[in-house]
Structure formats: structure tokens, C-alpha cells
Design a protein around this ligand. Sequence first.
Ligand code: SF4
Length: 368
Amino acid sequence: MGKVRHVLGISGGKDSAALAIYLKNKHPELDIEYYTCDTGKELDETYELVEKLEKYLGKKIVKLQAKKDSLHSPFDYLLKIKGNYLPSHFSRWCTRELKLKPFEDWIKDDPVISYVGIRGDESREGYISKKTNIQSIFPFRRNIWSEDVINKVLNNSNIAQIVRLYEENSNEGDFNALRPYLEQPLSFEFPQKQKLESLLDAGTATFNKVVFQFLKNTKYPLAKEKDFSLLENEDNLVREDIFQILENSGIGVPEYYKKVAYQVEGQEGYYARSRSGCYFCFFQQKIEWVWLYEQHPHLYELAMDYEKDGYTWIQDESLAELILPERIQQIKEDNIKRVEHAAANSRSDLLLDILGEAEEEGCAACFI
Ligand code: SF4
């Protein structure tokens, strides 16, 4: 194993872009390699964002592509091999083959710290590489560690080691106050999440130092590093902070996130796209398909062309059916009702916040 590489994947989404800006400004000491996995079917805004970021970061963003031939983009090449079997929620060959594999081929067996832009207000872990030479770090969260690391650190069999590390890294008073928590085994009444929150509440930087030292005796890439500047990180960034970072940097929020007004039956509604990724991504909500049809009709047509041999992007409806006038009207009306209902229970007036649940689905590789 060689030198530890620090990498950050730019998906085209707001969170990974904001993370690149944030780390450049807050941790310029990290020598980060940036990359993006291009399916050949991303939105134009994604390619524009990558260009703008390259200028801002003053570094090249390496473009990784899965296999293709002279006639076909990576997605089309793979689709041909799959016999036109479109990817879906149940068979997500696209993420695996077009995003994760090119990334894993690029890093080979090098030890890698991969920075992932999952925010403090999200509960997902993301669909990330599980290769043992890749360690994911989440700088936007108070808990910067991946689930597998936390599972090991807080495992009951490691209590004695963690108690010892806390004793070495805290003053006597703090250690004695925390000791009962540290020594309490995980159980149904004291689940891992509760123990983790208690330790983070008591001091995030101390917790991070303990985890870092614990990892020294493991094969995780961070075990090879003498120090790690994110150990002092106590930030917890939420969606609003991300928009702020993008606006303040001058890069701005990708156009497709911006809400567009529509009229239906005398009512006004709004739609936008909630994520980056391929223009035909099956994770889209129906109202986002309508947005694509009305805002980027040529892309909608291209998406329709893929629907053949009985395969469709949406399980219960073809794209031709979805754009029948009465169907569009119904989807728009349903969306108004849904937004009204969600807005009544939301503290934010951002459409993306209101429809935020849609963002939790999907994968770190495509949408962050
Ligand atoms: S954006 Fe959607 S269609 Fe494209 S690779 Fe990711 S999951 Fe697949």
C-alpha cells in the first residue's frame, strides 16, 4: 500500500460541489484529488458545474468513464450489453457499473480517504464503495465517521480499549463524568445511536481523537496517517448552509434546483428537479418527469426513445402515457396538494426542503 490518497467525487449535485468549496477554504492543507464519473447522460448543468468548480478549485477534476465504444456513450454501451434492460430501483446496474466501478478502477488498491457530502440533516449513509482500502469521511456531519467504523468503536468487545483511550485524551473530571456511559454496554435499552450521541455531546473533538487512535490498530487508510485535521471539526451543516456556501462562492446553485411556476386549473404550482444524475434517472418523481418534458423537451424525447421491448423507466407507466394532457394536469394538481401539505409541516419555504424526502433516496455516487 502506497501513500494515502484523499479524493472527492463531484456528482453534479449541490452537496458534493459545496463540500469541495468548503474543504478548499477550511482545510487547504488537504491535498484532494477531485473526480467525476460521467455516464454520458448527465444534465448540461452538471458539465457546467464541473467546469466552474475546476476554475474555483484551481485543480483538474478527473473525468472517469466506464467502457464505451466509438459509437456509444458509457451508458448506451452498457445498455446494449444488458440487452436494453433499463436500470431500475430493483436493478441498479447503472450506479454499480458507471459510477462505482470506474472509481474503484481509478483508485486501484491505493489507500483512500473519500470525502462524502452527506449533510448533518440527513439520516442516510449513501450508496458508497465497500472496498476495504476506501474509507469514507463525512465532513458536513457532526459524526464524520462511517457506520462500519462506529460499529467497531462502540462494539461491546472494545469497551476496555475505548475507556483507556478516553482516559488518555481527557482531563480527569471529564473522564470521570463520562465513564459510566463509556462502560455501559450496548443493549436494547441503550442502543448504539444513543451512546454515540452521548459521546458526541460530551465532546466531538475528543471522540474523534479516540476514534483516530483506535483505528491505528486496524487496516483502515487513516491508520497510516500521522494526523488528520478534521479531528477538530465540530461543524454540522444542513441544507440551508449548502445553498449559502454555493452562493457565497459565486458558483451558485445549479439551475435545475430553481423552482419554476406553472398554472393548472387556475392554481399556481411549482416544480424543479431535486437531484443531479442522468436526465432519465428512474429516481425522478413524476412531477420531475413533467418538469423535464416542459423545460427540456428534447431530453424527454431522448428518454422516451429508450422505452422499447416492454421496458419503461417508471414501473407502472410509460413516458408516452405520462404526457397525455389529462395525466399532466393530474400530476400537477397532485403536486400542488402534496407541496401544500408538506409546507404546512415544514419550517422552510424552500421547495427542496419541502420535498426533501425525495432526496434521501438514491445514492451518494449520483446525487450528493
Ligand atoms: S443518475 Fe440514476 S440512472 Fe444515472 S447512474 Fe445514477 S441511478 Fe443510474
